[in-house]
Design a protein around this ligand. Structure first.
Ligand code: HEC
Ligand code: HEC
Ligand code: HEC
Ligand code: HEC
Length: 479
């Protein structure tokens, strides 16, 4: 991920909200006078099982949130629990404000040309992730598609809660009843981010066709990406509540990512649309790498390109390699959090893997293992969400992950990438909670070395990655 953000810009929308403007545009202002009842308004929101949130209410646009007395302060304030500068942070620093604009740029034009799409900025195929899209009768007065991924893209349509959500007695229960998306719930938050950063079903996906046309490969990790956004929310003030927040966000997101990858695979299989499984479910660089196809008269550089000299084949050689980026690192969380289920988890994944890459993915066994894995991964999301991390468990996780460089490197570049992001996130939390951890200079050096290994999939080298992980493991085992 590129954390060096290109400079933001002020949105083209006029930031007129202010309290007066809110009165003008929200008839629901009356809520400010009457206490909010926990009864939902007339239109009832649909069950919010996935990332969808309410599918009934209207979207009012980011300009409705931008008043300086609302979320548009240019500096963080301390009067309320929130900083009130959320709009400012988002509009000035967050790439999500550019999500629509990039659809009008030269890269998108070329991608669209390759896909034979006329105008990417009007294509549902792109807008589903690059903007907040909604049918016309749910577009509020200030709704503006060009805002990109704006407030309501994550917080849900605000028609009903825009007025009442500033009341003192506003709470999570009321928020749910009024159609606000529960971003505080880490599993729901992950589901929301991943709906765009991994994909969610056949109509919201960056498949290999899109990638072949030029779309960047999607990758994600909640803790690092939240910081890079950057976060426009405040960490809890009390140390006890703040400690290990990042570790929990990381772990829950791992759990959700595997569950949602399985869901994506299943949705694609049911639809039987074209090629299944789509190539994005496999390790990119298993296909996209140089090979040297003979053994005589080789120099040492040629030999380095022959991965079979160092690889352990989980299955059989010469098969597709599953994109195990949501599994290879996550299995360490399962070992920690749900030791009693770890064995059945490993077995189920193995059966699924064999079905996916072994016999061409056609058998009934694959359907059975997909169903089993769907259930199991959902159960594990619940378990991980309830787990309380501690100094001891985070230290153990860091040691276990860094000590597993061989298997993770074997799983491929995308798994290696997740390992580096995991260690960065875990160590950050560790360091924060301890107010400066021992060996931090050596860890930083180790992190830099790991980041170098995952900089570019093309030049990924399993042996070097493993060595960097081993070194990190040595440092982390000292502390
Ligand atoms: C499943 C959601 C999804 C869909 C569908 C999707 N994108 Fe994206 N797109 C993303 C995400 C997420 C990123 C950012 C990736 C990152 O940086 O990690 C992105 C990045 C991009 C970028 C690079 C942006 C930059 O900063 O340079 C371009 C260009 C792009 N998308 C164009 C398109 C076009 C054109 C379409 C439709 C043909 C499309 N996208 C469909 C999610 C999606
Ligand atoms: C990409 C997703 C995303 C976008 C876009 C987004 N938010 Fe957030 N927002 C979050 C997440 C995640 C949190 C942290 C969880 C929480 O506190 O609800 C959060 C937290 C907040 C909070 C703090 C809530 C609290 O109780 O501490 C406010 C206020 C807020 N957002 C307002 C906004 C506004 C205003 C916009 C648009 C200008 C916006 N957000 C855009 C994801 C998003
Ligand atoms: C509605 C779809 C959508 C949702 C939901 C969403 N994103 Fe994004 N995100 C995008 C798109 C599209 C881009 C690419 C924007 C661009 O480059 O112009 C992006 C870019 C980013 C980037 C910048 C990446 C880079 O390479 O610089 C970060 C960080 C990020 N998102 C984090 C998050 C987090 C954290 C969440 C959840 C709290 C989230 N996103 C939710 C669509 C989404
Ligand atoms: C099963 C093998 C396989 C896997 C796995 C695979 N690809 Fe491909 N990829 C191909 C083939 C075949 C083509 C078409 C080559 C052509 O048209 O010349 C292709 C084309 C492409 C192209 C367009 C050609 C180019 O050089 O611009 C890109 C980009 C690409 N793949 C990226 C990826 C990424 C990123 C992943 C992982 C998310 C991935 N591929 C996974 C086989 C694969």
């Amino acid at each position: 991920m590129n954390s060096n953000h290109r400079s933001g810009r002020t949105l083209g929308v006029t930031a007129v909200c202010g309290l007066a403007a809110v009165v003008a545009i929200i008839p629901a202002w009356v809520y400010l006078i009457a206490p909010v009842s926990a009864q939902p308004p007339e239109k009832s929101s649909s069950a919010d099982k996935d990332a969808g949130g309410s599918d009934l209410y209207s979207y009012m646009g980011a300009a409705s949130c931008s008043g300086s007395a609302c979320h548009g302060s240019t500096t963080p304030r301390t009067k309320l629990k929130i900083g009130q500068n959320e709009f400012f942070v988002w509009s000035q620093k967050d790439r999500h404000t550019k999500a629509y604009e990039v659809l009008q740029g030269p890269d998108s034009k070329r991608i669209a040309h390759n896909l034979k799409i006329d105008k990417p900025e009007q294509s549902a195929r792109c807008l589903v992730c690059h903007a907040v899209t909604v049918e016309e009768n749910r577009q509020g007065a200030l709704y503006d598609v060009t805002e990109g991924v704006s407030c309501e893209g994550c917080h849900g349509p605000s028609e009903n809660w825009l007025g009442p959500h500033i009341r003192k007695d506003w709470d999570a229960k009321k928020a749910a009843a009024y159609g606000m998306y529960p971003t505080k719930d880490l599993a729901k938050r992950s589901t929301k981010c991943l709906s765009c950063h991994l994909g969610a079903g056949r109509d919201q996906i960056v498949d290999h066709e899109l990638i072949g046309a030029g779309h960047p490969r999607l990758k994600f990790e909640l803790d690092n990406y939240s910081q890079a956004m950057p976060a426009h929310w405040q960490p809890p003030k009390e140390k006890a509540a703040r400690d290990w927040m990042g570790s929990k966000a990381w772990a829950v997101n791992q759990a959700v990512a595997l569950r949602d990858q399985i869901r994506l695979l299943t949705a694609g299989r049911k639809g039987r649309a074209g090629l299944w499984p789509d190539f994005v479910h496999f390790e990119c660089y298993a296909c996209h790498h140089d090979v040297v196809d003979h053994v005589r008269d080789l120099n040492e550089d040629d030999k380095k390109l022959q991965r079979w000299r160092v690889r352990d084949y989980g299955g059989k050689p010469g098969r597709l390699v599953w994109n195990a980026s949501s599994y290879a690192v996550y299995r360490h969380v399962v070992n920690l959090v749900a030791a009693d289920q770890a064995k059945v988890f490993e077995q189920t994944v193995r059966a699924f893997h064999e079905g996916l890459t072994g016999k061409g993915g056609a058998g009934e066994n694959l359907d059975a293992s997909l169903t089993k894995l769907a259930d199991l991964t959902e159960q594990l999301v619940q378990k991980v969400s309830q787990y309380s991390f501690s100094q001891q468990s985070v230290a153990a996780l860091m040691r276990n992950i860094s000590g597993d460089g061989h298997a993770i490197g074997n799983a491929g570049f995308q798994a290696a990438e997740q390992a580096a992001l995991a260690l960065a996130s875990l160590y950050d939390a560790y360091n924060d909670a301890l107010g400066g951890a021992p060996e931090s200079a050596a860890v930083k050096e180790g992190m830099d070395a790991l980041y170098k290994e995952i900089k570019d999939g093309r030049s990924f080298n399993q042996v070097r990655f493993e060595a960097a992980m081993n070194k990190m493991h040595g440092v982390l085992s000292k502390g």
